[in-house]
Every structure is written in structure tokens, then in C-alpha cells.
Ligand binder design. Structure first.
Ligand SMILES: [Zn+2]
Length: 378
């Protein structure tokens, strides 16, 4: 092919990408608006709209109100033209979430299957994923991939878990899943997946610190708009920050890790009951004992936030299972505790709460394939 031919194809691709990404960003738009804002010829825009429509990536649905003359047709992307699946593997259960091209959770499900390293376990998980796909009528061509978020540090090549003390899953491999599923698959640390979701929802942040308040505590560092992995993949493992060298024993074998104060497990142990019951008592009955336990929890959390904010000068994102339980009053209390002993005050607007609860790692993990797809249309 001559140089001119290559240039024409490249230009065509660029125009198609520009039109698609413009519609994606606008959410809903009209042909003339695209022409005007992209400063592209009407025929070029029309051509690209036809191609994108034929590929099932955009749709024309309804009309804008007319201000005289012909009504303009409303154009939007087909958000579920492609679907990405995320699975969040925990010790006693796993979550599955599907997300659309906007990264919005479409379907979610939880399965109470305890982890085991037996092949039978992987058969069960992958069968449930297949079942989830068929029950939600996702055809194979729509599925971008299956991303598996698990507790544990993942090897730099993404092939295995290298540290899995919580679930005892240090022998978990990507092939345990990928050999049983006929889709692209990947393995990811659940804390990093959760942070990716928070970053997706708060695109305006360059730097942030994510606290994943799950059954086991997790964390992640966001710098320069990226979730940091670190040279041996354990950046942001705030759960093992030592709060008190004589404190309770952590599953890592050391004492007084933040895990033993700020994980959901630690809160449940202190309250002597499941989280759901704890919050019901705390909120409805205004129980003094529960109040004390909750304030104790928030004080440890504030201590960690205060210190980490000195390392990463950015917003604090509270994410994971416990996040949806936080009230405005809790946040005010937390902020007051953070600011009571720091030279650099944190503003209320920089204390953010994620809303996806226990599905955060599964949903966040799925975003990988969405991002990859969006980049492929370029
Ligand atoms: Zn520890």
C-alpha cells in the first residue's frame, strides 16, 4: 500500500474514533452538534455515524425538542454493546458484577462458595460465571473479558498470587480460571481493582489514598492518575501498617497491624455481632455501647488517614463493604479526629465515600477491559 493509502485509512480511523469518543462524552447529542464541535464536514460525520451504527456501537433514539424546523435526532452510544465481567474472590464467597461501557454496574450476584485450592472450586466458580453470563443473555461477542480480583498480592506478570495469607491462596494461578473459560481473563489484587473503580468515578483526582474497608482491610495509592503497583506489587498495603507493636496478632504474623483495628472482621469482633446488626443497633437504638465501639473504630481510621495524608497529599477515598454505612455525621467525626492533630487540615470535600459496597473490587476489576476497549477505538 502506498503512503497516501495508509494516511487515508489512518485519517478515517481517527475521525471514527473522534466521533465515537465525542458521543461517549456527551452522552446524548445530535449530528449538527458533532459537526460544529468537531469541526468536521457533514458528510464525514454522516459516514462515521453510519459505520458506528452498523457496528452496533451507537444508536439514534428519539428527537430533541425543535426550536423551529426539523427535529434533530438524538444520538448516543449503545452502552451495553460490550460488557465486561468482574469477579471478586473472597474467603467464604465470591461476587460477580458486569459493567457496561460507561463502567456502570449492570448485574451483580453473590455466591456463598468458600475458597479451596481444589480443582472442584475453580470448576464451581467458572460454572457460576458461565451461568451468570447466560442468565443475563450476554452473547459471546459482547463480552470483552473476565477480570478476577482476589485477596492477595499478584506477581508482576499477572500469572499467579505471590502472597495470599488471608485465603491461603498463594498457589492460585490465572490459568486456574482461564483454562476453564473461553474469554480473555486476568488476575488482579482486589485493593487495586477497588481503587481503579474509585479513580474511574473521580476522574478529576491526580493523587488519592484509597481505604478499602472490607472484611479484611486493603488500601491503594493513586499518584499521577494511576493506581500504584510498586516494585513487588504491594504498594498501598496499609493493612499491615503497624499501629501498636504490642497490639493484636495479625494474620501476617505480626502484631498491631491496622488490619486488626480497621477491618470489618475487627469491627465485628469488637461488637460481637455481624456488621448489619451492629449498624441497626447503632443507628436505631442509639446504643451507647455500640456508639463507643464505632467511635473507637473511627479513631483508629482517623489515625491512619492523618498519617497517610502526609505521604500522599490528596483526597481520601473510603471504599468497600463498610463505605455505604458511613453517615455525614460519621464523616464529620472522622474529619474532626483527623484534623485534631495534624498541621495540614483535610477539607470535608476531600473526604470521599465510594458507593459500590462489597461489589467494588469486582466492578473495578471489570473496568480494565472497558478501558482497553475504549482505547481500541482510536
Ligand atoms: Zn499484618
Amino acid at each position: 500500500m502506498n503512503e497516501k493509502g495508509v494516511t487515508t485509512i489512518t485519517l478515517k480511523k481517527i475521525n471514527k474514533s473522534k466521533v465515537y469518543h465525542y458521543i461517549y462524552k456527551q452522552r446524548i447529542t445530535a449530528k449538527l452538534q458533532i459537526v460544529r464541535d468537531l469541526q468536521m464536514g457533514l458528510s464525514t460525520v454522516s459516514q462515521n455515524l453510519n459505520v458506528l451504527e452498523q457496528e452496533g456501537l451507537i444508536e439514534r433514539k428519539g428527537f430533541f425538542d425543535s426550536t423551529g424546523g426539523r427535529k434533530a435526532q438524538a444520538i448516543q452510544i449503545v452502552a451495553d454493546a460490550k460488557i465486561s465481567i468482574g469477579a471478586g474472590i473472597l474467603k467464604n464467597m465470591f461476587h460477580i458484577a458486569s459493567v457496561n461501557l460507561y463502567g456502570e454496574a449492570v448485574n451483580m450476584e453473590t455466591f456463598n462458595v468458600p475458597y479451596s485450592s481444589d480443582p472442584g472450586y475453580y470448576d464451581q466458580v467458572t460454572d457460576k460465571i458461565e451461568q451468570f453470563i447466560s442468565e443475563n443473555h450476554y452473547t459471546k461477542d459482547r463480552i470483552l473479558g473476565i477480570s478476577i480480583a482476589t485477596q492477595g498480592i499478584i506477581s508482576t506478570d499477572g500469572a499467579t498470587v505471590t502472597y495470599g495469607a488471608i485465603m491461603d491462596n498463594s498457589d492460585m494461578k490465572l490459568t486456574d480460571f482461564s483454562s476453564r473459560l473461553s474469554y480473555p481473563c486476568r488476575l488482579e489484587h482486589d485493593s487495586k481493582a477497588a481503587a481503579f473503580l474509585e479513580l474511574w468515578n473521580h476522574n478529576e483526582f491526580d493523587n488519592a489514598m484509597v481505604f478499602l474497608l472490607n472484611r479484611n482491610l486493603g488500601g491503594a495509592v493513586i499518584t499521577n492518575h494511576c493506581v500504584q503497583k510498586g516494585m513487588s506489587m504491594h504498594s498501598g498495603a496499609i493493612e499491615h501498617m503497624c499501629i501498636d507493636p504490642d497490639g493484636p496478632l495479625c494474620y501476617c504474623g505480626n502484631r498491631g497491624c491496622l488490619e486488626t483495628y480497621c477491618s470489618v472482621n475487627a469491627l465485628e469482633a469488637a461488637a460481637g455481632m455481624p456488621v448489619k446488626e451492629f449498624f441497626t443497633l447503632l443507628r436505631e437504638d442509639n446504643d451507647g455501647g455500640m456508639q463507643q465501639i464505632w467511635e473507637g473504630y473511627l479513631q483508629y481510621l482517623a489515625f491512619a488517614i492523618r498519617n497517610l495524608n502526609l505521604v500522599i497529599d490528596g483526597p481520601i477515598i473510603i471504599s468497600g463493604y463498610l463505605a455505604p454505612y458511613f453517615t455525614e455525621e460519621d464523616l464529620e467525626y472522622l474529619l474532626e479526629r483527623i484534623n485534631s492533630s495534624t498541621p495540614f487540615k483535610l477539607e470535608r470535600r476531600h473526604l470521599i465515600v465510594g458507593m459500590q459496597g462489597q461489589y467494588t473490587p469486582a466492578g473495578g476489576s471489570a473496568l480494565y477491559y472497558v478501558e482497553q476497549f475504549m482505547e481500541s477505538i482510536s
